[in-house]
Design a protein around this ligand. Structure first.
Ligand code: COA
Length: 319
C-alpha cells in the first residue's frame, strides 16, 4: 500500500508585528480582554509589497530544504489560501513559477478558509495514494490583514499573516493515516467576506463574523471530528501524541485538548504569537514544534480545523 509521508516542514512569518497595545489605539478594547477571550498577544502583518505567494514561497523553500528535495522534483503544488494574490492565476501557479518548477506539474489552490491546509493535505494525499503524484508541495498561506476591517472590534484582533508548508512523498510506511473533510454551506452568513468578483464590492471586501455562534459551532464540530477520526482508525485518545490544531482561539483549542484528554504540553499552541492565520496556522504550528524538537519522527499527530463555509476536517499523521 502506498502512503504519503511528510518529509519536510517549513514556515515564514512577516517581520512587522501588531500587538494588543496597538489594538488598544485602534479600537475600544484592552490587552486583558483580548488575551482572556482569544489567547492572542501578537500577530505578524505582511509588508505592503509582500504578497501571499511571497510568504508561500519563503515557507516552501524552508520545507524543501528540510526535506532535501529540489524544486524540480516536485510534481504537484497545492496552496490552501483564502487571500490569493489575484483572482487568477491561482497562487499555486505563481508559487510554481517563483520556485522555478518548470516541469508542467499540476498546481492549484484550495479554498476552504481556515480548513484550507487540511483540505489541501487531504487532496495531495489522495493524489499520491492514487499514483498520480510522487512528491507534493502543500502550502497554507494567507495575508488576512488585506481583508480585515480594522474598525470591526468584534473580529479585527483575531487575524494574522503567515505561511507554512510541507513536502509529502510516496512511501510504503505511513505517513498520513487518514484524512476527514466536511462542509455545510448553510452557515455561510455567520462567517464570510462581504464582496467578490461576482457580487461586486471588490474595492475593499472584508471579513464579517458573528463570533459567538461561530465559537460554539467550532467547539461542537471539532469534538465530533475527533471522535470520527479515532473511530475510523480503531484508535484510542491515548494513541495521540500531539494535537496540532488550527489556531483560532485558545479556548477552542483547549476544549479539543480536553476532549482528547491530552495534557497542555501535548497541544501545540502558537495562537498567542501568530493570531489566526487561517489556512497557514496548522503548518505554521507543525513547523514550530518540529523545529524546536517537540514533535519527533514516529509520533502520532492529530491535526484539526474549522472555518468559514462552514468547512472542517482532520488529518491523522504518523510523523
Ligand atoms: N474588546 C473588548 N470587548 C469586546 C470586544 C473587544 N475587541 N469585542 C466585543 N467585545 C464585547 C462585546 O461588546 C460584549 O459586550 P457586552 O457584554 O457589554 O455586550 C462582550 O465583549 C461579549 O461579546 P461577545 O461577542 O459575546 O464576545 P465573545 O466572548 O464571544 O468573544 C470572540 C468574541 C470573537 C473572541 C469569540 O466569539 C470568538 O473567538 N469566536 C470564534 C471566532 C473564530 O475563531 N473565528 C474563526 C473560526 S476559524
Amino acid at each position: 500500500m502506498t502512503y504519503s509521508r511528510i518529509i519536510g516542514t517549513g514556515s515564514y512569518l512577516p517581520e512587522r508585528l501588531l500587538t494588543n497595545a496597538d489594538f488598544e489605539k485602534l479600537i475600544d478594547t484592552t490587552d486583558q480582554w483580548i488575551v482572556e477571550r482569544t489567547g492572542i498577544k501578537v500577530r505578524h502583518i505582511a509588508a505592503e509589497n509582500e504578497l501571499t505567494s511571497d510568504l508561500a514561497v519563503a515557507a516552501a523553500r524552508r520545507a524543501l530544504e528540510a526535506a532535501n528535495v529540489v524544486p524540480a522534483n516536485i510534481d504537484l503544488v497545492i496552496v490552501g489560501t483564502t487571500t490569493p494574490d489575484r483572482v487568477f492565476p491561482s497562487t499555486a501557479c505563481i508559487v510554481q513559477a517563483k520556485l522555478g518548477i518548470a516541469n508542467a506539474c499540476p498546481a492549484f489552490d484550495v479554498q476552504a478558509v481556515c480548513s484550507g491546509f487540511v483540505y489541501a493535505l487531504a487532496t495531495a494525499n489522495n493524489f499520491i495514494k492514487a499514483g498520480q503524484a510522487r512528491t507534493a508541495l502543500v502550502i497554507g498561506a494567507e495575508t488576512l490583514s488585506r481583508i480585515t476591517d480594522y474598525s470591526d472590534r468584534g473580529n479585527c484582533m483575531l487575524w494574522g499573516d503567515g505561511a507554512g508548508a510541507v513536502v509529502l512523498t510516496a512511501s510504503e510506511e505511513p505517513g498520513i493515516i487518514s484524512t476527514h473533510i466536511h462542509a455545510d454551506g448553510r452557515y455561510q452568513e455567520l462567517l464570510y467576506v462581504d464582496g467578490g468578483p461576482s457580487m461586486g464590492n471588490t474595492e475593499k471586501p472584508a471579513m464579517r463574523m458573528q463570533g459567538n455562534p461561530v465559537f460554539k459551532m467550532a467547539v461542537n464540530t471539532l469534538d465530533a471530528i475527533v471522535d470520527e477520526t479515532l473511530a475510523a482508525n480503531g484508535m484510542e485518545k491515548a494513541d495521540i501524541d500531539w494535537l496540532v490544531p488550527h489556531q483560532a482561539n485558545i479556548r477552542i483549542i483547549q476544549a479539543t485538548g480536553k476532549k482528547l484528554g491530552l495534557p497542555a504540553e501535548r497541544v501545540v499552541i502558537t495562537v498567542d504569537q501568530h493570531g489566526n492565520t487561517s489556512a497557514a496556522s496548522i503548518p505554521l504550528a507543525l513547523d514550530t514544534a518540529v523545529r524546536d524538537g517537540r514533535i519527533k519522527r514516529g509520533q502520532t499527530l492529530l491535526m484539526e480545523a474549522f472555518g468559514g463555509g462552514f468547512t472542517w476536517g482532520s488529518a491523522l499523521v504518523k510523523f
